[in-house]
Design a protein around this ligand. Structure first.
Ligand SMILES: *[C@@H]1O[C@H](CO)[C@@H](O)[C@H](O)[C@H]1NC(C)=O
Ligand SMILES: *[C@@H]1O[C@H](CO)[C@@H](O)[C@H](O)[C@H]1NC(C)=O
Length: 182
């Protein structure tokens, strides 16, 4: 059997050629003039090489200090979350499913697919946004997400209005990234 050595060589080839990206680009629900807005932010500072045991030599980036309980939420398929503000400054890390975010005062929208590109910042708390945003979960798949409340808005540079990621979804090419700046 040559399968196992082949798998190992694939794994090690992947590891050896991994490059360290400069930073993470994050879809952010922020607010301007009391209205929620969607922007693409680049976290600053970016990745560094960590010496943490177990992953020494690999790419690492801080997501900021945590303010309280971290929560796992499970949303059933075809769920309408309605209009709401971010309950706190927080990361929402979508692990599975699809969330569709729309805005009451803008045509910008975000389709967030759980997985590698599933982390967003939700920062439109009631003190900065009057009407918040609308989240719907349109697919039949349940959506699993982890909410991480933050002490403060993470360091960042605003790259542009609109979202971060374009990609393939459901077998056909979909524009998942819509927004004023794109
Ligand atoms: C983040 O966005 C910048 C500017 O558009 C781009 O140059 C960079 O490649 C992006 N980084 C990643 C990891 O996608
Ligand atoms: C975290 O959750 C526990 C258990 O529900 C609760 O007692 C505590 O007040 C929460 N802490 C914060 C900071 O919300």
């Amino acid at each position: 059997m040559t399968v196992l050595p082949t798998i190992f060589s694939l794994l090690f080839a992947t590891t050896a050629t991994a490059t360290i990206p400069s930073t993470l680009n994050i879809t952010t629900i922020t607010a301007h003039n009391d209205q929620s807005a969607i922007e693409c932010w680049a976290l600053d500072p970016g990745f560094t090489t960590t010496d943490q045991a177990g992953v020494s030599g690999t790419a690492s980036i801080s997501l900021g200090p945590v303010a309280g309980n971290v929560t796992n939420i499970i949303v059933p398929g075809a769920f309408d979350g309605g209009s709401h503000n971010a309950p706190a400054l927080q990361w929402v890390i979508f692990l599975s499913g699809v969330a569709h975010v729309t805005l009451p005062h803008s045509d910008d929208e975000a389709w967030i697919v759980g997985g590698r590109n599933g982390a967003i910042l939700a920062l439109d708390t009631a003190d900065v946004s009057v009407d918040g945003h609308i989240t719907q979960y349109p697919t039949q798949e349940s959506t699993v997400a982890v909410e991480v409340p933050l002490v403060q808005v993470p360091g960042h540079r605003v790259l542009h209005g609109g979202l971060v990621w374009r990609g393939r979804w459901g077998g056909k090419y979909s524009v998942l990234v819509l927004g004023g700046g794109l």
